[in-house]
Design a protein around this ligand. Structure first.
Ligand SMILES: O=P(O)(O)OC[C@@]1(O)O[C@H](CO)[C@@H](O)[C@@H]1O
Length: 320
């Protein structure tokens, strides 16, 4: 069973425009969609739609549209009522596929609320194989929150503690891997996040599309104690680095409709294959297959396992 924490969930509103976005004008949308979102929420949705046991832990009131959406999709969740509406994040999609995302900061969570979320997580992760800590942190939450949560879970559950995956960015990611409270087992950075994590933020453009350099950079993090680094590279696929080696995976080209949530689905794909006891190469192939399938769907839709094509993914070992 896989538990996800989304400290800052969102109602994802997608607006598809009939023509190029013209700033400063009123435009009429061709289509709109609304999905329950936030990175951990998307991962739980992707797991559930493929029949894997999951619980999404998140702040939000019972009647909030995000929770109603999860209920409709049959996704099990444990929510911490807040008395405030979950934020709305807007995605504007232009006909050529250009996607502009406007993310709100989210409702603040005070210290008591943060402690309550941690308590709920400890309660939910007793039988979990993985805990995924995902997305941005809302206002009022210290950037080391994921690190604090990870330590609390490991202290409370000891040997029964789940493996911990972290999928976030900026200071929250930096502090999750600073080592003081123990490392996550897996992280899923993009090129920019990877460059920031190794303290060379200006290198990110060099990393884009440079598979060997990406693998060598990810290896630095493995040497710091992270078991698995799954570096996602958009259309170029992903690089996976562990103590045992490094691999690159690339999917045959797909017609992209919305990349929102594609990274979350990549992580869900990896976890699905891991739950199935698959090899590291197969986990990577499923990650990339899931990410590509998600990108071919509109809005923040998640693919089923049957909609993914790991046989269309080419895996190549990378020598370090
Ligand atoms: O503001 P955050 O927490 O960094 O990201 C939130 C978000 O952009 O991430 C998901 C896609 O990965 C969306 O469902 C959601 O709107």
């Amino acid at each position: 069973m896989i538990v996800t924490l989304t400290a800052n969930p969102s109602l994802d509103r997608t607006v598809e425009l009939p023509s190029e976005l013209k700033r400063g004008t009123v435009m009429r949308a061709e289509r709109t969609a609304q999905d329950s979102g936030g990175k951990g929420v998307n991962i739980a949705r992707a797991l559930k739609v493929s029949g894997f046991d999951t619980v999404a832990v998140l702040p939000g009131d019972n009647e909030d549209p995000v929770l109603m959406g999860l209920k409709e999709e049959g996704v099990e969740y444990t929510n911490m009522p807040t008395g405030a509406a979950i934020r709305s994040n807007i995605t504007v999609v232009e006909p050529d596929g250009t996607t502009t995302k406007l993310n709100a900061p989210g409702e603040p969570l005070n210290g008591a609320a943060q402690q309550e979320l941690t308590r709920l997580l400890i309660q939910e992760t007793h039988d979990a194989s993985w805990l995924v800590l995902a997305g941005s942190l809302p206002p009022g939450v210290q950037s080391d929150y994921y690190s604090v949560v990870g330590r609390a879970i490991r202290e409370a559950l000891g040997e029964k503690a789940p493996l911990i995956a972290v999928d976030t960015s900026g200071h929250a990611l930096r502090d999750a891997v600073n080592g003081q409270d123990g490392m996550p087992n897996l992280i899923k950075p993009n090129s920019e996040e990877l460059a920031e994590l190794v303290g060379r933020p200006d290198e990110w453009e060099e990393l884009e599309g440079n598979i060997e350099l990406t693998a060598r950079t990810a290896k630095e993090l493995v040497e710091r104690g992270i078991d698995t680094v799954l570096a996602t590279l958009g259309g170029e696929g992903a690089v996976l680095v562990t103590r045992d080696g490094a691999w690159h995976a690339k999917h045959e080209p797909v017609q992209v409709r919305s990349t929102v949530g594609a990274g979350d689905c990549s992580l869900a794909g990896y976890l699905i294959a891991h739950e199935q006891g698959k090899s590291v190469e197969e986990c990577l192939a499923q990650a990339v297959a899931h990410g590509s399938a998600a990108a071919s769907l509109a809005g923040t839709q998640v693919p089923t396992l049957a909609q993914t094509a790991p046989d269309k993914v080419t895996i190549t070992p990378v020598s370090l």
